[in-house]
Design a protein around this ligand. Structure first.
Ligand code: CS2
Length: 492
């Protein structure tokens, strides 16, 4: 079978959309760090739409800081890939051309730096997952204990962490007097501020004049990004092959819904993503809050209780009446009370839309994928609403139940609790240590875990009553089953 590339485009069936503009006439004005499935199905398609509309002439160069290799996937395809939007039994394939070139920084560190430092690049976007920022989730500050940060500080080139790599790239821009806008597109509240904090924090320690230049010449707008894009499976690649008639190693699959809200703070010509529906606004925070505390909170809560129930994917979970009722009530009777007011957006309709999206049976987003890196996600999705409610003196049995789900999920990954699966998170050494110390007693495990201030923050970690309640629910989940535990929590 032919592989997708510039030469094989004419072989595509007529119903498959492909770039209608001349790719050779575009210029590389954007760069993206972390060309994973999400980027290919989100920002890169907004750029594609702007090119297609003739509103912008800027295409992008993509750089991966770590594996998987983006060059292996996309270089033989001239940067082209298909994105498949699926819902129920409908599937629509489109070939995207907005990524002109890709590079792996591990293989070509000098090339990757030079590409991003090019003064012709106006905007660098990035999706490196929550942990890529090397910040402490509970405080937002750069985590000096991360080995990659210490390693990068000790060297002046060849840096591999995101803050170190960007600081090195910005040093070149300082020399060339080339201001730039850096946009984090990860699911972290105040992602622009977090990015600014880690880049400036690193620069201050490594090179003080650079920190001063960054403060004056680099903008860090915050964004809210949304589209459900699970990891691509072999059967997805097969489906793309069937629809396009071409082999495509870079294909991605997502839901039709998408949203992008961007703080209007640019120092270079603003990208025309608005022609594709992106919104430039003065304040992104309310949008971030509703997305993380409703959609992402439901996804995380479902991933834990779903995995513990033996279900495989979010759509299996949300199509289960008990699990669905649990997250609906968690949002409506608890999280909603501490959401900021959003003109034109109400929690009820947003939640209905969310549950409909999560119920899309064509999207196979596994519980274990969403459960990954819980320590980087739980704060903004579950803990912060819980803290906000506590500040108002309000009880939160269902948010606490979601936390119990996380605790029981982590415990069950350990041999002392049955070793049912592998959990992936940078805190796993700590989890393993606590599991050994608690010798299979979930009550002891939970209390030791909740007492960890780096994860839970001071006020939650010091609350014995909270630890008792969560331990009781985690125990019920493991001993009596999730459904019984959920039933009890909902009866409170
Ligand atoms: C998911 C997100 O894996 C996860 O943590 O919750 O990737 C989620 O699908 C996106 O934020 C949706 O926009």
């Amino acid at each position: 079978m032919n592989r997708l590339n510039a030469g094989s485009i004419p072989l595509l069936p007529s119903e498959v959309r492909r770039p209608g503009y001349d790719r050779e006439m575009t210029r590389i004005g954007f760069a993206h760090v972390g060309v994973g499935a999400f980027h290919r199905c989100h920002q890169a398609e907004y750029t594609e739409d702007a090119l297609e509309a003739g509103a912008d002439d800027r295409a992008e160069i993509g750089v991966n800081l770590r594996p998987p290799s983006i060059a292996d996937q996309l270089s033989p395809q001239d940067g082209l890939y298909s994105r498949l939007l699926v819902e129920g039994d409908r599937a629509e394939a489109r070939v995207i051309g907005s990524i002109r070139r890709v590079l792996d920084a591990e293989r070509e560190p000098a090339g990757a730096l030079a590409a991003l430092a090019d003064p012709g690049i106006d905007v660098v976007t990035m999706t490196v997952t929550e942990k890529g920022y090397c910040h402490v989730p509970a405080s937002g500050a750069l985590d000096w204990e991360r080995p990659e940060i210490a390693g990068d500080l000790a060297r002046s080139s060849g840096r591999t962490s995101l803050p170190g790599f960007l600081a090195e790239m910005l040093a070149r821009r300082m020399a060339a007097n080339a201001p730039v806008t850096l946009i984090s597109c990860d699911n972290i509240p105040g992602n622009g501020q977090i990015l600014k904090g880690v880049v400036l924090g690193f620069a201050e320690a490594a090179d003080k004049p650079l920190a001063g230049w960054i403060a004056d010449n680099v903008r860090f707008p915050s964004t809210m990004v949304d589209r459900i894009v699970p990891a691509t499976r072999p059967e997805d690649l097969k489906q793309v092959e069937e629809l396009t008639g071409l082999r495509d190693d870079g294909a991605v699959v997502g839901e039709p819904f998408r949203q992008w809200v961007i703080e209007d703070d640019f120092n270079r010509p603003r990208p025309r993503w608005d022609v594709a529906g992106a919104q430039f606004v003065a304040d992104v925070e309310p949008y971030e809050f509703i997305k993380m505390r409703v959609l992402n909170a439901c996804q995380s809560a479902l991933s834990y209780v779903g995995a513990l129930t033996g279900l495989g994917t979010t759509c299996d979970d949300v199509n289960d009446p008990e699990l669905r009722d649990f997250v609906r009530r968690m949002i409506l009777s608890e999280a909603a009370a501490v959401l900021p007011d959003m003109p034109g957006m109400q929690v009820g309709p947003y939640l209905d839309l969310t549950l409909a999206r999560l119920g899309n049976r064509a999207i196979r987003h596994t519980n274990h994928q969403i459960a990954t890196d819980g320590s980087q996600k739980i704060n903004q999705r579950i803990l912060q609403p819980l803290r906000d409610r506590r500040a108002l003196g309000l009880a939160s049995p269902l948010l606490e139940t979601a936390i119990a789900g996380w605790v029981a999920y982590l415990a069950k990954s350990q041999p002392a609790f049955g070793g049912a699966w592998h959990a992936h998170d940078q805190i796993m050494p700590l989890v393993a240590d606590i599991a050994t110390r608690s010798s299979g007693d979930i009550d002891v495990f939970t209390k030791l875990f909740i007492g960890n201030r780096a994860i839970f923050g001071d006020s939650l970690a010091a609350d014995d009553g909270l630890a008792d309640r969560i331990a009781g629910t985690a125990k019920a989940m493991l001993a009596d089953g999730v459904r019984t535990a959920l039933g009890r929590a909902m009866a409170e």
